[in-house]
Design a protein around this ligand. Structure first.
Ligand SMILES: [Zn+2]
Length: 310
Protein backbone atom coordinates (compact mmCIF):
# COMPACT_ATOMS: atom_id res chain seq x y z
CA UNK A 1 0.00 0.00 0.00
CA UNK A 2 1.18 3.47 -0.81
CA UNK A 3 -0.34 4.94 2.27
CA UNK A 4 -2.32 3.92 5.27
CA UNK A 5 -5.85 4.18 3.98
CA UNK A 6 -7.09 5.00 7.46
CA UNK A 7 -5.14 8.19 7.33
CA UNK A 8 -5.52 8.98 3.68
CA UNK A 9 -8.42 11.38 3.73
CA UNK A 10 -8.46 12.73 7.21
CA UNK A 11 -8.34 16.44 6.99
CA UNK A 12 -8.79 17.65 10.44
CA UNK A 13 -7.33 20.77 11.71
CA UNK A 14 -8.00 24.26 10.54
CA UNK A 15 -5.39 25.69 12.83
CA UNK A 16 -1.87 25.33 11.67
CA UNK A 17 0.20 25.49 14.79
CA UNK A 18 3.50 25.59 13.07
CA UNK A 19 4.87 24.55 9.73
CA UNK A 20 8.46 23.49 9.47
CA UNK A 21 10.23 23.24 6.21
CA UNK A 22 12.05 20.00 5.54
CA UNK A 23 15.31 21.50 4.62
CA UNK A 24 17.93 19.64 6.62
CA UNK A 25 18.73 16.01 6.04
CA UNK A 26 18.22 15.43 9.76
CA UNK A 27 14.56 16.35 9.49
CA UNK A 28 13.82 14.01 6.60
CA UNK A 29 11.31 11.43 7.81
CA UNK A 30 12.67 8.44 5.93
CA UNK A 31 15.11 7.34 3.28
CA UNK A 32 12.29 7.54 0.77
CA UNK A 33 12.41 11.28 0.93
CA UNK A 34 16.11 11.68 0.26
CA UNK A 35 16.73 13.85 -2.73
CA UNK A 36 18.86 12.78 -5.63
CA UNK A 37 20.09 15.66 -7.73
CA UNK A 38 18.08 16.22 -10.91
CA UNK A 39 21.19 16.81 -12.99
CA UNK A 40 22.66 13.51 -11.86
CA UNK A 41 19.46 11.66 -12.79
CA UNK A 42 19.06 13.47 -16.08
CA UNK A 43 22.57 12.69 -17.23
CA UNK A 44 22.15 8.95 -16.79
CA UNK A 45 18.45 8.40 -17.39
CA UNK A 46 17.14 10.68 -20.15
CA UNK A 47 13.64 9.81 -21.41
CA UNK A 48 13.56 7.39 -24.30
CA UNK A 49 11.81 7.98 -27.61
CA UNK A 50 8.45 6.27 -27.20
CA UNK A 51 4.99 6.46 -28.79
CA UNK A 52 3.78 7.08 -25.21
CA UNK A 53 3.56 10.87 -24.83
CA UNK A 54 3.61 12.37 -21.33
CA UNK A 55 2.76 15.91 -20.20
CA UNK A 56 5.96 15.85 -18.14
CA UNK A 57 8.89 13.48 -17.74
CA UNK A 58 9.83 15.05 -14.39
CA UNK A 59 6.67 14.89 -12.27
CA UNK A 60 6.83 15.84 -8.62
CA UNK A 61 5.35 13.74 -5.84
CA UNK A 62 1.56 14.36 -5.88
CA UNK A 63 1.57 15.59 -9.48
CA UNK A 64 -0.73 14.42 -12.28
CA UNK A 65 0.82 13.24 -15.56
CA UNK A 66 -1.27 13.03 -18.71
CA UNK A 67 -0.37 10.08 -20.92
CA UNK A 68 -1.52 9.99 -24.55
CA UNK A 69 -0.94 7.38 -27.23
CA UNK A 70 -2.18 7.12 -30.80
CA UNK A 71 -4.50 4.22 -31.55
CA UNK A 72 -2.28 3.09 -34.44
CA UNK A 73 0.69 2.68 -32.08
CA UNK A 74 -1.23 0.26 -29.87
CA UNK A 75 -1.69 -2.27 -32.74
CA UNK A 76 -5.12 -3.22 -31.45
CA UNK A 77 -7.29 -5.86 -33.06
CA UNK A 78 -10.49 -4.27 -34.46
CA UNK A 79 -12.91 -3.62 -31.61
CA UNK A 80 -10.38 -4.56 -28.93
CA UNK A 81 -10.03 -2.57 -25.70
CA UNK A 82 -6.59 -0.98 -25.15
CA UNK A 83 -4.41 -2.43 -22.38
CA UNK A 84 -4.24 -0.59 -19.05
CA UNK A 85 -1.41 1.80 -18.24
CA UNK A 86 0.83 0.41 -15.52
CA UNK A 87 2.49 3.02 -13.32
CA UNK A 88 3.90 2.68 -9.82
CA UNK A 89 1.89 -0.42 -9.01
CA UNK A 90 -1.40 1.10 -10.16
CA UNK A 91 -3.39 0.28 -13.31
CA UNK A 92 -5.07 3.14 -15.18
CA UNK A 93 -7.71 2.63 -17.85
CA UNK A 94 -7.13 4.35 -21.19
CA UNK A 95 -10.00 6.40 -22.65
CA UNK A 96 -10.48 7.18 -26.33
CA UNK A 97 -10.47 10.74 -27.70
CA UNK A 98 -10.02 12.42 -31.09
CA UNK A 99 -6.57 13.97 -31.47
CA UNK A 100 -5.17 16.09 -34.34
CA UNK A 101 -3.36 12.92 -35.46
CA UNK A 102 -6.39 10.64 -35.45
CA UNK A 103 -7.93 8.32 -32.89
CA UNK A 104 -6.01 8.35 -29.65
CA UNK A 105 -6.20 7.27 -26.00
CA UNK A 106 -5.34 9.03 -22.77
CA UNK A 107 -5.10 8.48 -19.03
CA UNK A 108 -4.31 10.72 -16.06
CA UNK A 109 -1.65 9.16 -13.87
CA UNK A 110 -0.72 10.43 -10.42
CA UNK A 111 2.56 10.16 -8.55
CA UNK A 112 1.82 9.24 -4.92
CA UNK A 113 3.05 11.76 -2.35
CA UNK A 114 5.07 9.04 -0.61
CA UNK A 115 6.72 7.85 -3.84
CA UNK A 116 10.52 7.69 -3.71
CA UNK A 117 12.34 10.05 -6.07
CA UNK A 118 14.07 8.56 -9.10
CA UNK A 119 13.41 6.88 -12.42
CA UNK A 120 10.38 4.60 -12.83
CA UNK A 121 8.70 2.94 -15.85
CA UNK A 122 5.35 3.71 -17.49
CA UNK A 123 4.03 0.76 -19.51
CA UNK A 124 1.12 0.18 -21.90
CA UNK A 125 1.15 -3.37 -23.25
CA UNK A 126 4.41 -3.71 -25.21
CA UNK A 127 5.14 0.05 -25.13
CA UNK A 128 7.07 1.71 -22.37
CA UNK A 129 8.80 4.91 -21.32
CA UNK A 130 10.16 6.31 -18.05
CA UNK A 131 9.63 9.29 -15.79
CA UNK A 132 11.87 10.72 -13.12
CA UNK A 133 9.94 11.41 -9.93
CA UNK A 134 11.11 14.66 -8.34
CA UNK A 135 10.98 15.65 -4.69
CA UNK A 136 8.09 18.06 -3.99
CA UNK A 137 9.60 19.12 -0.66
CA UNK A 138 6.33 19.03 1.23
CA UNK A 139 6.64 20.60 4.66
CA UNK A 140 5.91 19.10 8.05
CA UNK A 141 3.17 20.47 10.30
CA UNK A 142 3.46 20.22 14.05
CA UNK A 143 0.27 20.09 16.08
CA UNK A 144 -1.22 19.03 19.37
CA UNK A 145 -4.41 17.03 19.76
CA UNK A 146 -6.32 16.00 22.89
CA UNK A 147 -6.31 12.19 23.39
CA UNK A 148 -10.00 12.01 22.43
CA UNK A 149 -9.19 13.29 18.92
CA UNK A 150 -5.78 11.68 18.47
CA UNK A 151 -7.00 8.64 16.54
CA UNK A 152 -8.29 7.70 13.10
CA UNK A 153 -11.28 5.66 14.29
CA UNK A 154 -14.00 5.19 11.73
CA UNK A 155 -17.66 4.15 11.85
CA UNK A 156 -18.68 0.70 10.60
CA UNK A 157 -18.66 0.76 6.79
CA UNK A 158 -17.04 4.22 6.61
CA UNK A 159 -13.76 3.10 5.10
CA UNK A 160 -15.53 0.86 2.56
CA UNK A 161 -17.91 3.63 1.48
CA UNK A 162 -15.09 6.15 1.08
CA UNK A 163 -12.88 3.66 -0.77
CA UNK A 164 -15.69 2.73 -3.11
CA UNK A 165 -16.32 6.38 -4.03
CA UNK A 166 -12.58 7.03 -4.44
CA UNK A 167 -12.29 4.10 -6.83
CA UNK A 168 -15.06 5.27 -9.19
CA UNK A 169 -13.94 4.99 -12.82
CA UNK A 170 -16.70 5.98 -15.24
CA UNK A 171 -16.24 6.49 -19.00
CA UNK A 172 -17.61 10.02 -19.57
CA UNK A 173 -15.29 12.95 -18.94
CA UNK A 174 -17.58 15.64 -17.47
CA UNK A 175 -15.09 18.52 -17.35
CA UNK A 176 -13.37 20.55 -20.06
CA UNK A 177 -11.80 23.47 -18.14
CA UNK A 178 -9.66 24.14 -15.09
CA UNK A 179 -11.26 23.12 -11.79
CA UNK A 180 -12.32 25.91 -9.42
CA UNK A 181 -11.68 26.13 -5.68
CA UNK A 182 -14.64 24.76 -3.69
CA UNK A 183 -14.51 27.54 -1.08
CA UNK A 184 -13.56 31.22 -0.95
CA UNK A 185 -12.12 30.82 2.55
CA UNK A 186 -8.41 31.13 3.24
CA UNK A 187 -6.23 28.05 2.99
CA UNK A 188 -5.17 26.74 6.37
CA UNK A 189 -3.25 23.61 5.36
CA UNK A 190 -1.65 22.67 2.07
CA UNK A 191 -1.45 19.39 0.19
CA UNK A 192 1.17 16.78 1.03
CA UNK A 193 1.97 18.03 4.55
CA UNK A 194 3.36 15.41 6.86
CA UNK A 195 2.37 15.74 10.49
CA UNK A 196 4.02 15.55 13.85
CA UNK A 197 1.17 15.10 16.33
CA UNK A 198 1.96 15.53 20.03
CA UNK A 199 5.64 15.25 19.19
CA UNK A 200 5.41 12.05 17.09
CA UNK A 201 5.80 11.90 13.30
CA UNK A 202 2.88 9.95 11.79
CA UNK A 203 4.83 7.48 9.64
CA UNK A 204 2.38 6.79 6.79
CA UNK A 205 0.42 9.99 6.97
CA UNK A 206 0.32 12.86 4.52
CA UNK A 207 -2.32 15.54 4.06
CA UNK A 208 -4.35 14.33 1.10
CA UNK A 209 -5.93 17.65 0.16
CA UNK A 210 -6.33 21.33 0.94
CA UNK A 211 -7.99 22.73 4.07
CA UNK A 212 -10.13 25.85 3.74
CA UNK A 213 -10.79 27.62 7.02
CA UNK A 214 -14.35 28.67 6.21
CA UNK A 215 -16.72 29.71 8.98
CA UNK A 216 -19.49 27.33 10.03
CA UNK A 217 -22.17 27.38 7.33
CA UNK A 218 -20.12 29.07 4.61
CA UNK A 219 -20.82 27.77 1.10
CA UNK A 220 -19.06 24.85 -0.58
CA UNK A 221 -19.34 24.52 -4.35
CA UNK A 222 -18.48 21.75 -6.79
CA UNK A 223 -14.96 22.14 -8.23
CA UNK A 224 -16.04 20.85 -11.66
CA UNK A 225 -19.05 19.19 -13.31
CA UNK A 226 -19.82 15.63 -12.34
CA UNK A 227 -22.16 13.18 -10.64
CA UNK A 228 -22.54 12.79 -6.85
CA UNK A 229 -21.30 9.30 -5.89
CA UNK A 230 -21.30 9.80 -2.10
CA UNK A 231 -23.52 12.02 0.07
CA UNK A 232 -23.28 10.84 3.65
CA UNK A 233 -24.74 12.67 6.65
CA UNK A 234 -24.56 11.75 10.33
CA UNK A 235 -22.65 8.47 9.92
CA UNK A 236 -18.93 8.93 9.39
CA UNK A 237 -16.80 9.36 12.54
CA UNK A 238 -13.57 10.40 10.86
CA UNK A 239 -14.69 12.20 7.70
CA UNK A 240 -17.98 13.56 9.07
CA UNK A 241 -20.58 14.63 6.53
CA UNK A 242 -19.03 13.91 3.16
CA UNK A 243 -19.73 14.47 -0.53
CA UNK A 244 -17.80 12.86 -3.37
CA UNK A 245 -18.25 13.89 -7.01
CA UNK A 246 -17.26 11.69 -9.93
CA UNK A 247 -15.88 13.86 -12.74
CA UNK A 248 -15.32 10.86 -14.98
CA UNK A 249 -12.38 8.76 -16.18
CA UNK A 250 -11.10 8.01 -12.67
CA UNK A 251 -11.18 11.59 -11.29
CA UNK A 252 -13.17 12.07 -8.06
CA UNK A 253 -13.33 15.09 -5.72
CA UNK A 254 -14.07 14.83 -1.97
CA UNK A 255 -15.52 17.40 0.45
CA UNK A 256 -15.34 16.40 4.11
CA UNK A 257 -16.31 17.66 7.62
CA UNK A 258 -19.38 19.39 6.09
CA UNK A 259 -22.11 20.95 8.22
CA UNK A 260 -24.88 20.19 5.74
CA UNK A 261 -25.24 18.65 2.31
CA UNK A 262 -27.44 20.10 -0.44
CA UNK A 263 -27.07 17.34 -3.05
CA UNK A 264 -28.29 13.77 -3.41
CA UNK A 265 -26.63 10.57 -4.51
CA UNK A 266 -26.73 10.27 -8.31
CA UNK A 267 -27.39 13.98 -8.83
CA UNK A 268 -25.59 15.74 -11.69
CA UNK A 269 -23.85 18.96 -10.61
CA UNK A 270 -22.21 21.84 -12.47
CA UNK A 271 -18.93 23.57 -11.67
CA UNK A 272 -19.57 26.19 -8.99
CA UNK A 273 -22.92 24.71 -7.93
CA UNK A 274 -23.68 24.88 -4.20
CA UNK A 275 -23.29 21.40 -2.70
CA UNK A 276 -23.32 22.17 1.03
CA UNK A 277 -21.81 24.14 3.89
CA UNK A 278 -18.58 24.15 5.89
CA UNK A 279 -18.78 22.43 9.25
CA UNK A 280 -16.66 20.54 11.77
CA UNK A 281 -18.27 17.09 11.64
CA UNK A 282 -16.05 14.03 12.04
CA UNK A 283 -12.52 14.40 13.34
CA UNK A 284 -12.14 18.17 13.17
CA UNK A 285 -11.50 20.58 16.00
CA UNK A 286 -12.80 23.64 14.21
CA UNK A 287 -14.92 24.40 11.15
CA UNK A 288 -13.10 23.84 7.88
CA UNK A 289 -13.47 22.13 4.53
CA UNK A 290 -11.05 19.37 3.63
CA UNK A 291 -10.96 19.07 -0.16
CA UNK A 292 -9.23 16.28 -2.10
CA UNK A 293 -8.97 15.23 -5.74
CA UNK A 294 -8.26 11.56 -6.45
CA UNK A 295 -7.12 10.03 -9.71
CA UNK A 296 -7.67 6.29 -9.66
CA UNK A 297 -7.60 6.37 -5.85
CA UNK A 298 -4.32 8.29 -5.70
CA UNK A 299 -4.49 11.74 -4.05
CA UNK A 300 -3.27 14.51 -6.34
CA UNK A 301 -2.40 18.11 -5.57
CA UNK A 302 -5.61 20.14 -6.16
CA UNK A 303 -3.65 23.28 -7.01
CA UNK A 304 -2.54 21.64 -10.21
CA UNK A 305 -6.18 21.24 -11.26
CA UNK A 306 -6.82 24.96 -10.63
CA UNK A 307 -3.84 25.98 -12.77
CA UNK A 308 -4.13 23.59 -15.70
CA UNK A 309 -7.01 22.20 -17.78
CA UNK A 310 -6.34 18.51 -18.24
ZN1 LIG B 1 -7.45 18.42 5.57
Amino acid sequence: MLQNSKTALSGLLPLVLSVLSLTSAGAAPSGGYSHKGAAELASTEAPEISPLKLSTFRPKQGEVVELTVLGKDLSLEPGAEPPAVEFLGNKYKLFAFDSDNGAAYRALLTVPVVQKVGSTPVTVGALSTRVIVMDAHYPVQRLSLPPSKNNFNMAKGEEEAVDKAKGTVSPVRHWSKNFNAPSKARLSAGFGLRRIVNGKLLPDYFHSGLDYAGFQGSPIVACAPGVVVLASTGVFKLHGNTVAIDHGQGVVSFYIHMQKINVKLGQKVDAGQLIGAVGQTGRANGPHLHFSIYCNKVASNPRQWYLKAF
